[in-house]
Write a protein that binds this ligand. Structure first.
Ligand code: SF4
Ligand code: FES
Length: 248
C-alpha cells in the first residue's frame, strides 16, 4: 500500500507544533499500525531526519501506552483494540491517515505523539488500591464467597488499561470512565470495603484537581474504549460518591 501520513510534530512541550505530511510505500495489510510507524521512522533516520516520537511498550493491548488519535478516533477505526493491535488492513491503498496525540489539558504533549498521562497515576495513588493485613492472620481470598455476577463485573472493570482513550474522546476531556473502572473493581468486592468511603472521595477529588472535565452522558468514551469498559461503572461511582459524601 502507498499511503500519505499527516502527523503532529512538536519538538517539546513549549513548541507550538504542526502537522507534517509524509508519503510512505510498501505497507502490508498484516503490519500493525505501530509497525507502519516503525517503517516511517527507519525511512526518516536513513534520510537524516528526526524520527516521530510515539509511546508503546507491550504491543499486545496490555500496557495502555500506545495513545494515538487516528483519523479523528482514539486507537483508530477498529473497535475494542488498542493502536498496537490495529492492523493496516483497516486502511486501503492511497488513503491519507491523520495521526495526532491524545488531546486534553490534563494530558500535555511531551513530544510529537507522546503525552504526559501521569495525572492518571496521581488519581490511582489517591485511592486505587486496597490494604491487606499480612500479619499472619490473613484470610484466604478463596474463603470469602463472592456472587459470580459481582466477581464478573469487578473483573470487567479491572480490565481497564489506563490508556486515556476515554479522555481523548470525550468532548469534556472527562476521566469518569477510567476513574469509575478503578473505583468499581474494588467497590464490588468485600476486600474493597475497608477503604471504600475514602477511596471514592479521594479519587474523585484528585480527578477534579487534575483538570479533567465532567461527564455529560454522551457515551463516546464507552464506544472508543479498547477494553469495552461500561458506562454502568460511572453510574456505580456516582452512587458510591453520593453515599460516601453523606457519610462524610
Ligand atoms: S476506561 Fe477504557 S479508554 Fe479509559 S483508560 Fe480505561 S481502558 Fe482506556
Ligand atoms: S503498546 Fe501496550 S497496549 Fe499498545
Amino acid at each position: 500500500m502507498k499511503l500519505t501520513l499527516k502527523i503532529w510534530r512538536q519538538k517539546n512541550a513549549q513548541d507550538k507544533g504542526k502537522m507534517v505530511q509524509y508519503p510512505i510505500d510498501g505497507i502490508d495489510g498484516d503490519m500493525s499500525f505501530l509497525e507502519m510507524l516503525d517503517v516511517l521512522n527507519n525511512q526518516l533516520i536513513e534520510q537524516g531526519d528526526e524520527p516521530v516520537a510515539f509511546d508503546h511498550d507491550c504491543r499486545e493491548g496490555i500496557c495502555g501506552m500506545c495513545s494515538l488519535f487516528i483519523n479523528g478516533e482514539a486507537h483508530g477505526p477498529d473497535r475494542l483494540v488498542t493502536t498496537c493491535q490495529l492492523h493496516m488492513r483497516k486502511f486501503k491503498d492511497g488513503d491519507t491517515i491523520v495521526i495526532e496525540p491524545f488531546r486534553a489539558n490534563a494530558f500535555p504533549v511531551v513530544k510529537d505523539l507522546v503525552v504526559d498521562r501521569s495525572a492518571f497515576d496521581r488519581v490511582q495513588h489517591a485511592g486505587g488500591f486496597i490494604s491487606i493485613n499480612t500479619s499472619g492472620n490473613t484470610q484466604d481470598a478463596n474463603a470469602i464467597p463472592i456472587e459470580k455476577v459481582d466477581a464478573d463485573a469487578a473483573f470487567d472493570a479491572a480490565t481497564c488499561i489506563g490508556c486515556g482513550a476515554c479522555v481523548a474522546t470525550c468532548k469534556n476531556s472527562s476521566a469518569m470512565l477510567f476513574v469509575s473502572a478503578k473505583v468499581s473493581q474494588f467497590a464490588l468486592l468485600p476486600q474493597g470495603q475497608v477503604e471504600a468511603t475514602d477511596r471514592v472521595l479521594n479519587m474523585v477529588n484528585q480527578m477534579d484537581e487534575e483538570g479533567f472535565g465532567n461527564c455529560t452522558n454522551t457515551g463516546a468514551c464507552e464506544v472508543e474504549c479498547p477494553k469495552g469498559i461500561s458506562l454502568e461503572n460511572i453510574a456505580r461511582m456516582n452512587r458510591e460518591f453520593m453515599s460516601a459524601s453523606l457519610k462524610g
